[in-house]
Design a protein around this ligand. Structure first.
Ligand code: SIN
Ligand code: FE2
Length: 217
């Protein structure tokens, strides 16, 4: 076989991409549990509905969000924080489904983070045009735990930069079933999602749902 023919083409067997020190993209890692995750998401959002939160600066976020776990990430005019009560329902956030904990633990382990036990999961729902500007995840108390991010539905452009905003982020396409894990030296790397493009996914239709698991407490 002439290897030159394949030069520059992605290695189809290469399922694990290193994004930075301590950061990995596990291609298709959650694919075989996709329907279990999606039915668990549906249950969670009937109890704590998706909503567009307001940033401290007064802007309505284009991504619709909800949470499950002991605490949930919220933003409003008074700032970003974790809270035990869903401000929309006045009740605690729904518990983390077992399937969520299991996939988060297994993905973290694959990336080299043993014993990751998430206590919070932010559910992000993107429709075409929705985006998440470059940010660091730094409202969590436990800095030793990684972030585990599961992508479902429409593909999205994931921007993954460095510890300073001035480091130009690289762009990766995240597709249904992909899992990104970052921690250790890249735990506070800047990251974001480029505006979602129109499309149709056989399970989620015109949407992308992302789950980010954190150890917040
Ligand atoms: C996040 O940074 O919280 C979410 C990233 C994503 O939607 O993939
Ligand atoms: Fe984030």
């Amino acid at each position: 076989m002439n290897a030159d023919l394949f030069e520059g083409l992605p290695d189809l067997n290469l399922q694990q991409v290193c994004l930075d020190d301590g950061a990995f993209l596990l291609r298709g890692f959650a694919k075989n549990v996709d329907t279990a995750l999606i039915s668990a998401i549906e249950k969670v959002v009937t109890q704590s509905p998706l909503r567009h939160m307001i940033t401290p600066g007064g802007f309505r976020m284009s991504v619709a969000m909800s949470n499950c776990g002991q605490v949930g990430w919220i933003t409003d005019r008074s700032g970003y924080r974790y809270g035990v009560i869903d401000p929309e329902t006045g009740r605690p956030w729904p518990a983390l489904p077992e399937t969520f904990i299991d996939i988060a633990r297994r993905a973290a382990m694959r990336a080299g983070y043993e014993n990751f036990l998430p206590d919070a999961c932010l559910i992000n729902c993107y429709e075409p045009g929705a985006r998440l500007s470059l940010h660091q995840d730094k409202n969590e108390r436990d800095e030793s735990a990684p972030i585990v991010s599961v992508s479902l539905g429409l593909p999205a452009g994931f921007l993954f930069g460095g510890l300073s905003r001035t480091i130009r982020p690289k762009r990766y396409q995240l597709v249904h079933g992909d899992v990104a894990v970052w921690g250790g030296p890249s735990r506070f790397n800047f990251h974001g999602i480029a505006p979602l493009l129109d499309g149709y996914h056989p399970i989620l239709g015109g949407k992308r749902i992302n789950l980010t698991f954190r150890k917040a407490l």
